[in-house]
Design a protein around this ligand. Structure first.
Ligand SMILES: [Zn+2]
Length: 83
């Protein structure tokens, strides 16, 4: 059997080439963001956070943080019930 050659991507941060199924691929409104590792992705997003004006982003971040908090809380409650 021939295996279909996997797609290759370039990490936009360090330029490393990586095959489909590895790394982190994020599609955002027609943009394809490709990172070979978590480290490159967090470097990119850290820089993004520094560039976007806080008054545009802060409310979204706050909301996301509180959503994660709620999820963690729900998970903790679920776990304490089981014990
Ligand atoms: Zn990289």
């Amino acid at each position: 059997m021939f295996s279909v050659p996997k797609k290759k991507y370039n990490c936009i941060v360090c330029g490393r080439v990586f095959p489909e199924g590895q790394g982190i691929i994020i599609e955002y409104d027609g943009l394809l963001l490709t990172f070979h590792s978590n480290r490159c992705a967090s470097k990119f997003f850290r820089e993004l956070l520094e560039r976007v004006p806080p008054d545009e982003l802060k409310d979204y971040i706050k909301r996301l943080v509180s959503e994660y908090n709620e999820r963690l809380e729900a998970f903790r409650k679920l776990r304490s019930k089981k014990i």
